[in-house]
Design a binder for this molecule. Structure first.
Ligand code: PRT
Ligand code: MG
Length: 214
């Protein structure tokens, strides 16, 4: 029997994908928040889910360990998208990528061609492209989380991070000074799998596509 494997991260992407799966007639048999299982079966014997770290989703799909996956545009921009077909913006897990600084830091003084700034981020590629376009010189410091701390302890002048409600910035005395781009999650498909298992994958694409909320 031919099967398809869909890679998802737990948390917001899993939660917001459930209605799309339901539209495709797919219901997981376990909840990854309470179960420790990394492979989750569904009501459909030919469809299974694998639970991966959000940043690893494109890698599983690129190498064909999963046929499909759902990943944030932020993650896809850092991964590069090699070997991935990206047919659908699912419009879920929405937020924006932005530049933020400690309140009182004069960002406008350095936000000009030739200006220099030290930036901490997990989004090295996106940050590099953004500051290059502005003609700024940037010293990038790679972090893996809690970026909001960096300007508070003098590790960086600014951060490039995702913001949704703005609550985390406010709680840490930071302010958004530049909007880089809107972010949402995309469906990614392994290109070889799409050809070999089109009979199983195409109906999922069609159902997802019909269930996307504006
Ligand atoms: O959490 P973990 O370290 O395991 O991995 P992850 O952060 O990569 O995964 P997860 O599940 O937290 O996020 C998965 C995807 O959700 C991301 O790749 C984004 O595309 C999307 N997304 C949407 C977000 C947010 N909204 C978001 N608000 N990802 C992260 N955040 C964080 C942000 O980094 C900041 O620390 O939430 C904080 C800000 O939230 P507000 O509401 O206080 O502004
Ligand atoms: Mg997170």
């Amino acid at each position: 029997m031919s099967r398809i494997t869909l890679a998802l991260s737990k948390g917001r992407i899993f939660e917001e994908t459930l209605p799309l799966l339901a539209a495709a007639g797919i219901v997981p048999t376990d909840d990854p928040e309470s179960s420790r299982k990394l492979i989750i079966e569904t009501n459909r014997p030919e469809v299974r889910l694998v639970i991966v770290r959000a940043t690893d989703t494109p890698t599983y799909v690129q190498y064909g360990a999963a046929d499909l996956g759902i990943a944030g545009k932020d993650v896809l921009l850092e991964h590069g998208g090699d070997g991935l077909y990206q047919p659908l913006d699912l419009n879920i897990a929405r937020c924006r990528l932005c530049v933020a600084v400690r309140k009182g830091f004069d960002y406008q003084a350095v936000a000009r061609p030739g200006g220099r700034i030290r930036v901490a981020t997990k989004y090295i590629n996106s940050a590099k492209a953004h500051f290059a376009e502005k003609g700024m010189h940037v010293d990038l410091i790679k972090l893996y989380g809690s970026m909001e701390l960096a300007p508070l302890v003098g590790l960086a002048d600014a951060i490039v991070d995702l913001v949704s409600t703005g609550g985390t910035l406010r709680a840490n005395n930071l302010e958004e000074v530049e909007d880089i781009m809107p972010i949402s999650s995309r469906l990614v498909v392994n290109q070889a799998a799409l050809k070999l298992k089109r009979d199983l994958i195409q109906p999922v694409l069609d159902a997802f596509s019909g269930a996307i909320k504006p």
